[in-house]
Design a protein around this ligand. Sequence first.
Ligand code: HPA
Length: 274
Amino acid sequence: MWKKLTESADYLLSRTNIRPLTGIVLGTGLGNLINDVSITNTIPYSEIPNFPVTTVEGHHGNLIFGHLGGKPVVAMQGRFHYYEGFSMVETVFPLRVLKLLGIRQAFLSNAAGGINPDYQVGEIMVIRDHINFFPESPLRGKNIDELGTRFPDMSEPYDRNLIRIAHSVAAKIGITLREGVYLGNPGPSFETPAEYTHYRMIGADAIGMSTIPEVLAARHMNLPVFAVSVVTNVAIPGNFSENTHEEVQIAANRAASDMAKLFKGVIMESPYQI
Ligand code: HPA
């Protein structure tokens, strides 16, 4: 695995002069952050040795190298989901490669169902903590000692400094920013009304099918994580309606420009890019 990771990283280092300090993962329908990046190189996943290839509709498969708010970044346009059939180890392969390129922080986004009754479609929730319902961990198996320790700490999965900065950026640019707990389900089916109710009872504010694998891999590598959910549908007692991928994409697209502004603002002020 270590050899495969270094092979992919060496390839990318030979294809771009950008040395990114931030790795960005764009969730479903949230790709338009790319419009704010002054792009130096676009590298299709299919050209990168050992990279998996995305399949799901609405997800592109490119690594974008450039600058956002004047800072060097690499953005994954399209992520790898467990529900597509990738193993947990495959889903985190790209983020591990980005770490080898030198990133100092991971910025993750996803589309999610809001189960906190205060939340509305189109709002953004910064993730403070998570509950993991994936059936296994990307860290299971022989530890890759070059990346991190066997038993990673998870007492602060989401970086408190970055969350604090996000609240001040949100106030400055005039967007409502929620803060809450993300629950990750393997999917691909959406939840039943009883499941949404159950997840609310155990302390979740939003539910999605991604992000947690990357957070586990990032914390293993000791990378600070900043993650947000865009609320694309709400599911609360008295308001359970049909969920579709199209509805999720449309709602995410609408909120994508707010999310882009937030990411840009936090990246500009983050203390970790040294
Ligand atoms: N559940 C799980 N994943 C999701 C949802 C949801 O309601 N909305 C967007 N992604």
